[in-house]
Design a protein around this ligand. Sequence first.
Ligand code: ADP
Ligand code: MG
Ligand code: MG
Length: 192
Amino acid sequence: MNAETLLQSLKDLKATFEQEEQNLTNLDRAIGDGDHGVNMLRGFTAVDEKVSGNTISDVLKSTGMTLMSSVGGASGPLYGFSFVKMAGLEYDEITSDNLKEFIDTFKDAVAARGKVSGGEKTMYDVLLKASEQLSNGEKLTYDNLQKFAEDTKDLEATKGRASYFKGDSVGHVDPGAQSMVYVLNALSEGVS
Ligand code: ADP
Ligand code: MG
Ligand code: MG
């Protein structure tokens, strides 16, 4: 995937979040404050309007800065910072050989910024499982990613607003894990 394809793929997330806004809002209403759908749509509307760049690194950096200044909430800095971190990788294209490096950089950035580890019912769980999937030499598909998000249903939240719900958070998919499905799919689906 070259810079042009990546840029288009990230801009296309605006339409995805338009479609999924209500679903994400409902998930966040159950174990949060009900704004995750609005937050993600605001972020990727800004990405569609403002992001440019001729290299993978420039596109990722511009996306990160745009998300940081537009998303808000807990998820904004986590997504924004992570895209800026991925921009530090200097590749002309995202390929099946280096995709794991991008995902691992994303994962480590969320871990550092969110002080989070696996099993805390956050977006991080999807990143961790995506990384493991690639470590096993398997392809990352949309269905895999969706399953990783659904796996958060059985967990009790120990980070973010959802942690206030304690045991009552069990039985709901984490909203950030669900939005991460779309973001990681955009980063990986055009990779060959
Ligand atoms: P807010 O909770 O501030 O309203 P959002 O609703 O946009 O922000 O985002 C909530 C999502 O952010 C959660 O579903 C979770 O996946 C993620 N999240 C919150 N805190 C953390 C954290 N410390 N580490 C990783 N992810 C987190
Ligand atoms: Mg929220
Ligand atoms: Mg909020």
